[in-house]
Design a protein around this ligand. Structure first.
Ligand code: NAD
Length: 486
């Protein structure tokens, strides 16, 4: 592979262990496909459980030396990796569009967003603090220090192939932890290229290792069971996160879990209609709705509902479906046919229970996995779409009367990752911030993600936070040293 240019053919397709690219010990590979055509893009090495342990061996071997590096040195590597990510914005964006399907403009946005975690944590690496305190009795002094937790195993999903990796790798490396990363089997190419950029940035051998595998469970179980592993960080679905927590419990392994969402989006009568519609389009249709932060359940107050549905439907009908690589595409394919079937099933169930289908509602007949952008109004209680993470371009609207009713409906879910609310009444906004059961709230805005702020959920949406100064704490242990009064 040339050092300055990348095509899908030029992207590394091996395992990266201990600083070098290699094949799987089984010699097996698996296919990565373009969801807009179904075509095979590349064959990627399929790591065996033995390869997974070899990767952990490499991370363990590199841990002590990496933890002992000067913070500035770790910061500089992250900063160089950030610069390389930005320099390869076009290549990374194209790769993501090819393997995941999102329109190129959105993929470019993800390169910027995902890259920011490397810049942010290059800055945090040199600000890891400690404390010096007198005990309440006045008889001793405590030094409270931070040190890296140790080798980390990171498992990432396919929907944001770059950002979900940098959100974990950035803070882990900044803290002085070594990492084994397992990217989603549907989208490993972006992570493989990212790891290659880290190699070029001068990251020491063994500090970052990558093991794509078709058998996520078989690969992960021995790594998680290994006592040398000190931290598991996962982004993905709640059922898998819950299964991983059970495995992690055996060794009381430190974990961070970024899991599923079922975001409510509340529109109150006093909302700025045009601004609410524009923001709602972003909250719902960014990434074709395949985002943990995607608005899943729209609750619209009765006085504004007709106007909101009409204005939103006009925008939905104006979306241009196509391959992410085509100019003018504003909505790409879903990740695979299963996702199309799932969206269709949820729409059929909602309609059978009394919802009104305003637009869309079916598969788009063309090669690839496309579903028409859809609006459902008057979705009835008991519909599956209210309890299921849609992960597709379907708007589900329920009307409500009072603020209390809106809040009750919004909180009526096991999830609590993010909520959106649109109102021009500031005290109402404050009440919502205090009463909605959520880790994040977009108040009059449809996108909240930013490397500088703590991303994460409550309830079944997860444990821990990524981004902000809190993000690095997930990779640090606190040690306290007591000394007598001097
Ligand atoms: P998924 O849970 O199916 O897979 C996520 C990752 O876990 C993949 O790498 C997969 O290979 C791996 N995996 C699957 N089963 C495993 C097992 N038994 N042991 C170990 N690893 C296993 O999720 P997905 O479909 O890739 O991603 C979509 C989900 O991720 C959605 O629920 C979405 O809400 C969630 N998500 C959450 C956030 C967040 O920050 N909270 C961000 C993005 C996506």
């Amino acid at each position: 592979m040339g050092d300055d240019h990348v095509s899908v053919r030029g992207v590394p397709t091996g395992l990266f262990i201990g600083g070098s690219w290699r094949s799987s010990t089984s010699g097996a590979t698996f296919a990565v496909r373009d969801p807009s055509t179904g075509d095979v893009l590349a064959e990627v090495a399929d790591a065996t459980p033995e390869d997974g342990i070899t990767a952990l061996d490499a991370a363990v071997a590199a841990q002590q030396e990496w933890a002992a590096t000067a913070p500035r040195q770790r910061s500089d590597v992250l900063r160089r990796a950030f610069d390389l990510v930005r320099a390869h914005e076009d290549d990374l964006a194209a790769l993501m569009t090819l393997e995941m399907g999102k329109p190129l403009a959105e993929a470019r946005g993800e390169v910027v967003y995902g890259g920011e975690f490397l810049r942010w944590f290059s800055e945090e690496a040199v600000r890891i603090g400690g404390d010096y305190r007198t005990n309440p009795e006045g008889t001793g002094r405590a030094i409270v220090l931070k040190r890296p937790v140790g080798p980390v195993y990171a498992i990432t999903p396919w929907n944001f192939p770059l950002a979900m990796a940098t959100r974990k790798i950035g803070p882990a490396l900044a803290a002085g932890c070594t990492v084994v990363v397992k990217p989603a089997e549907l989208t490993p190419l972006t992570t493989l290229f990212l790891v290659e950029l880290f190699r070029r940035a001068g990251l020491p051998d063994g500090v970052l290792n990558v093991v794509p595998s078709l058998d996520a469970k078989g690969l992960s179980e021995p790594i998680i069971a290994d006592r040398r592993l000190r931290k598991l960080t996962f982004t993905g679905s709640t059922p898998v996160g819950s299964a991983l927590l059970k495995q992690a419990a055996d060794n009381v392994l430190k974990t961070s879990m970024e899991l599923g969402g079922n975001a409510p989006l509340l529109v109150f009568d006093d909302a700025d209609l045009d601004a609410a519609v524009d923001a709602a389009m972003l909250a719902k249709f960014r990434n074709v709705g395949e985002a943990c932060t995607a608005a899943n359940r729209f609750f619209v107050q009765e006085g504004i509902a007709d106007a909101f549905v009409a204005a939103l439907t006009a925008k939905v009908d104006a979306l241009r479906i196509g391959r992410g690589t085509e100019d003018g595409t504003t909505m790409g394919p879903l990740i695979d046919d299963r996702a199309v079937d799932k969206a269709a099933g949820l729409v059929d169930d909602a309609v059978a229970r009394g919802a009104r289908l305003i637009t869309g509602g079916q598969r788009v007949e063309r090669p690839g996995s496309y579903f028409a952008p859809t609006v459902l109004d008057e979705v009835q209680p008991g519909s599956e779409i209210l309890t299921t993470e849609i992960f597709g371009p379907v708007v589900s609207i329920t009307r409500f009367a009072t603020e209390d009713e809106g809040i009750r409906l919004a909180n009526d879910t096991e999830f609590g990752l993010i909520a959106y609310a649109f109102t021009t009444d500031f005290p109402r906004g404050q009440r919502l911030a205090e009463r909605l059961e959520t880790g994040m709230l977009g108040l009059n805005t449809g996108v909240v993600s930013n490397a500088a702020f703590p991303f994460g959920g409550v309830k079944s949406s997860g444990l821990g936070r990524e981004g902000s100064h809190e993000g690095i704490e997930e990779y640090l242990e606190t040690v306290y040293v007591l000394t007598p009064d001097p």
